[in-house]
Design a protein around this ligand. Structure first.
Ligand SMILES: NC(=O)c1ccc[n+]([C@@H]2O[C@H](COP(=O)([O-])OP(=O)(O)OC[C@H]3O[C@@H](n4cnc5c(N)ncnc54)[C@H](O)[C@@H]3O)[C@@H](O)[C@H]2O)c1
Ligand SMILES: O=C(O)[C@H]1O[C@H](OP(=O)(O)OP(=O)(O)OC[C@H]2O[C@@H](n3ccc(=O)[nH]c3=O)[C@H](O)[C@@H]2O)[C@H](O)[C@@H](O)[C@@H]1O
Length: 361
């Protein structure tokens, strides 16, 4: 086991020097992209999209706490792809051009499991990254990697402004059971902007609103995966009380498109990425913001009309309403989601049926 001294020196050691071939006259260097948490739900879809570009080399770092190698099966042993089992709370020296930082347990049932460690993941990662982007390495390298943080709509807490624009500072309980997630991401945002101001690091901050799609963990605990798995297993859909709380759901391919546009664009953010449903014609009753009861009814109608809906106890500090204001993403990134909930749910159903071994009747 490495001693504290060894860990310290690993954290402050320079990453390997770039190969001289990268700057040679005849070499067209690839973009080398690191994705932390790339074996997870959003991360693995991001890998798929980035690997489509033959100029990209993708490195994934993941400790498989909630992610799985299975999500990256098709890329293992591809010459432009590398997978490293590693916990991001420990230092890692790599030479890359861009970092998408997704590593972090995202579902409440997982982050409430070990809140102290998980609070640390969200901000100590930057401290361990300190040796990587600070001090002599700034001197040593011309181009520092650009870092994109996947923050969250949870920074708005239980919002008192609706829908939520990026200018809203939020309403977060600092000592509650969700605080390790909400406050951790808020501190992570603070550190990103302090690194930017103090060290000139190029940063991007995405505030992601509830995203769903294939490859979510079947027993993830989040609402869309819970309802689809329950509907397929003929188990009652568990609506947590009161059921009138709202969320806006974004399909994962739209989210990945937004993340890449943010990274490639010129704006640090924070920028909301989510699906307020504004593309829906005014005559359609669907708005893009759903109560959990409405979501349960939609899943029941589309997947299993015989399934029961039950109300169960909720956990403290559950936000009562949430819907993104995406004016900034539209104007600055030319981004808006395309997939409606009723189109996305069947795509996720198909994936869950395959994984649960429940064929369509
Ligand atoms: N899905 C959403 O609705 C949503 C909303 C807002 C923000 N986000 C953020 O997006 C990111 C990805 O979320 P997701 O839904 O894909 O979750 P996920 O749980 O599927 O993915 C997280 C990945 O990070 C890995 N990981 C966790 N701790 C790690 C550690 N210490 N070292 C290395 N790897 C570690 C996990 O194994 C997993 O592969 C997270 O940062 C999450 O907070 C997600
Ligand atoms: O989008 C976000 O910013 C955040 O969204 C989620 O947090 P949350 O909105 O609480 O997501 P869920 O756990 O899916 O819960 C959504 C709603 O569904 C309800 N729910 C959940 C599970 C369930 O079985 N039934 C049910 O009614 C919850 O009470 C809550 O009101 C994710 O857990 C975070 O990773 C993410 O950062």
């Amino acid at each position: 086991m490495a001693s504290n001294g060894e860990k310290q020196s690993a954290a402050t050691k320079a990453p390997p020097a770039p190969s001289p071939l990268r700057t040679s006259k005849f070499c067209q260097p690839n973009m080398r992209i690191l994705i932390t948490g790339g074996a997870g739900f959003i991360g693995s879809h991001l890998v798929d999209r980035l690997m489509e570009n033959e100029k990209n080399e993708v490195i994934v770092v993941d400790n498989y706490f909630t992610g799985s190698k299975d999500n990256l099966r098709k890329w293992i042993s591809h010459p432009r792809f590398e997978l490293i089992r590693h916990d991001v709370t420990e230092p890692l020296l790599v030479e890359v051009d861009q970092i998408y930082h997704l590593a972090c347990p995202a579902s409440p049932i997982f982050y409430k499991h070990n809140p102290v460690k998980f609070l640390c993941i969200r901000f100590f990662k930057f401290e361990s990254g300190n040796g990587y982007i600070d001090g002599q390495i700034i001197e040593a390298q011309n181009a520092l990697p650009m870092i994109l943080l996947t923050s969250t709509s949870e920074v708005y807490g239980d919002p008192l402004i609706h829908p939520q624009p990026e200018t809203y500072w939020g309403n977060v309980n600092p000592i509650g059971v969700r605080s390790c997630y909400d406050e951790g991401k808020r501190v992570a945002e603070t550190l990103m902007f302090d690194y930017h101001r103090q060290h000139g690091i190029e940063i991007r901050v995405a505030r992601i609103f509830n995203t769903y799609g294939p490859r979510m963990n079947i027993d993830d605990g989040r609402v869309v995966s819970n309802f689809i798995a329950q509907a397929l297993r003929d188990e009652p859909l568990t609506v947590q009380a009161p059921g009138t709380q709202t969320r806006s759901f974004c399909y994962v391919s739209d989210m990945v498109d937004g993340l890449i546009r943010l990274m490639e664009g010129e704006h640090t953010g924070p920028i909301n990425l989510g699906n307020p449903g504004e593309f829906v014609e005014p005559s359609t009753p669907q708005t893009g913001e759903f109560t959990m009861l409405e979501l349960a009814e939609t899943v029941k109608e589309l997947i299993n009309p015989d399934v029961k809906i039950v109300t169960v106890e909720n956990t403290p500090d559950d936000p009562r309403q949430r819907k993104p204001d995406i004016t900034k993403a539209k104007e600055l990134l030319g981004w808006e989601p395309k997939i409606k909930l009723r189109e996305g749910l069947p795509l996720m159903e198909e994936d869950f049926r395959l994984r649960l071994g429940v064929p369509k009747k």
